[in-house]
Design a protein around this ligand. Structure first.
Ligand code: XMP
Length: 520
């Protein structure tokens, strides 16, 4: 979105820390707009962003290591308050004339920090009665000599300079990580930087975001026509409603049934948009096309590719028939954007599947991505602001290739029916226990093995269904959920009794990593 939108903005320079995104999220949680740029951003780029403050993230390097990331030194002359965290503090100390050395003893994990100066960054902690607090540390190097103008403001057992400040210039360094939950006072400390030191105002709300987005969409699109590919997930639904607010019937939503949706999935999405928002949604039942192409295919990547390609074809045809379409609205999120530019973001392998890759170039469409600055939890807040029902906002994520990656081996119509039924039973039970919204994803998987059982007096040789339920915050890592035994029991009983062709139910107790959430 436009440069002028949010007056108070913070820039985070990324030196490769696994917590960089978390810093941005914490800043935004304080209602201050924030973006992440790679450490290599030059001073002009930083100046153009007009930050009210700059945060230098941590990172895995030692400043003396080969290829250690160094930012443009002129950034320190911008006369903008800056906060260096961990590696960011060491870099700040080094560039400004202090000394950083490998310490004899590193500090990793929870560490007690003793405050020496309660002004500015640690303001208010004394009012909480704290002379020390617990902070999360992870460093092998440490600052040995402060640069001119700096004074020590906190120490720990192994770091005489666990925090440093040059109040005159508005420069601060923290050897610990205020952005992680293991530093309980972290939010107060970051807020002190944002509000006391940088003078930001908490203005960045979803309401302001909606207003700005609508204005921008109107300006960009003019008289053009926009299509939006709906998947039923929260991202594309939020995009559709946002565009609908901005453009009314110049927006056409297309929902493609690719034959590998859950039971009732398509209808639920259509009902929500048509009933609640009176939106025009073109529904294309392409199930047979997709399933025909999947016949005989067992390889997971082939399945994904076929579904992706077929989707493009169906979508192309539909948009062609509409005629005069100029723009494609897509629900790309911020993590997808920064992972491609940041220093060493986590691998973005799954992201290639997320969006309608290939469409814009092939069809000569211009892409509009109004969510490209938002994190998933912010999209959900935006959904609330736009009045989307809770079932959509908190719907569990569902992969683009759908049940095709949950049927191991060939996807046939019969096997789809078995899985749909088992999956519907599982979800019904999870909902009945009021656990649906507590869990990131819960679903059934149809395994490519058969097992022997006995039903009545008959020997059976039937399918095995696996239950998977995981907790996660972003899908990048996940823990299996300890579902209550009575719930597992009723899921298993019901699936075996009600779903024909299944005689065994097993429970997946693997976390990600090293497993993944989906089986394929
Ligand atoms: P994995 O299986 O990689 O999944 O641990 C992480 C998260 O991403 C979802 N997922 C997908 N989402 N298209 C999507 O839109 C895909 O191709 C895809 N593959 C996995 C998965 O459901 C989980 O939430």
């Amino acid at each position: 979105m436009g440069e002028e939108l949010y007056q108070d903005r913070i820039l985070v320079l990324d030196f490769g820390s696994q917590y960089t995104q978390l810093i941005a999220r914490r800043v935004r949680a304080g209602k201050v707009y924030c973006e992440i740029r790679p450490f290599s951003a030059d001073v002009e780029e930083v100046r153009r962003f007009q930050p009210k403050g700059i945060i230098l993230s941590g990172g895995p390097s030692s400043i003396y290591g080969e290829g250690a990331p160094v930012c443009d030194k002129r950034i320190f002359e911008l006369n903008v308050p800056q906060l260096g965290i961990c590696y960011g503090m060491q870099l700040m100390a080094d560039i400004l004339g202090g000394k950083v050395l490998r310490s004899l003893k590193g500090e990793y994990g929870s560490t007690q920090l003793y405050v020496d100066d309660y002004r500015d960054i640690f303001h208010g902690l004394d009012e909480l009665g704290l002379t020390s607090f617990t902070a999360w540390m992870s460093h092998g190097d440490r600052v040995e000599e402060l640069p001119d103008g700096f004074s020590p403001i906190a120490h720990s057992e192994n770091s005489p300079f666990a925090a440093m400040a040059d109040g005159e210039r508005g420069l601060y360094g923290l050897q610990f990580h205020p952005e992680v939950a293991h530093t309980p006072q972290g939010a107060e400390i970051l807020n002190n930087f944002l509000f006391r030191i940088c003078g930001c105002k908490p203005q960045w709300t979803m309401r302001s975001f909606v207003q700005h987005s609508i204005r921008e969409i109107k300006e960009k699109v003019g008289r053009g026509k926009v299509v939006c590919a709906l998947s039923g997930g929260v991202d594309s639904t939020v995009v559709a409603v946002l565009f609908n607010r901005a453009l009314g019937d110049k927006l056409v939503c297309i929902f493609v049934d690719n034959g590998v949706l859950r039971r009732g999935e398509a209808q639920e999405v259509l009902d929500t948009l048509r009933k609640n928002f009176h939106m025009e949604v073109v529904f294309i039942d392409a199930a047979e096309r997709f399933l025909d192409r999947l016949t005989g295919v067992e390889d997971p990547e082939r399945k994904r590719k076929i579904i992706g390609e077929e989707f493009i074809r169906v979508f192309e045809e539909a948009a062609g028939e509409l005629g005069g379409v100029e723009f494609l609205a897509q629900g790309t999120l911020y993590p997808d954007v920064i992972e491609s530019v940041s220093f060493k973001g986590p691998s973005a392998l799954i992201k290639s599947h997320h969006n309608v890759g290939g469409l814009p170039e092939k069809m000569g469409l211009k892409l509009i991505e109004p969510l490209r600055e938002l994190f998933k939890d912010e999209v959900r807040l935006l959904g609330e602001e736009l009045g989307l029902p809770r079932e959509v906002i908190w719907r569990q994520p569902f992969p683009g290739p759908g049940l095709a990656v949950r049927i191991l081996g060939e996807v046939t119509r019969e096997r789809l029916e078995v899985l749909r039924h088992a999956d519907a039973v599982l979800l019904e039970e999870v909902r009945r226990e009021n656990l649906y919204y507590e869990i990131w994803q819960s679903f059934a998987v149809l395994l490519p093995v058969k097992s022997v059982g006995v039903m009545g007096d008959e020997r059976t040789f039937e399918n095995v269904v696996c239950i998977r339920a995981v907790h996660s915050t972003d899908g990048m890592t996940a823990d299996w959920v300890q579902l209550p035994y009575p719930l597992l029991q009723s899921i298993s009983n019901r699936i075996i009794n009600e779903v024909r062709g299944v005689n065994r139910v097993v429970y997946d107790i693997s976390s990600k990593p090293p497993s993944t959430i989906e089986w394929e």
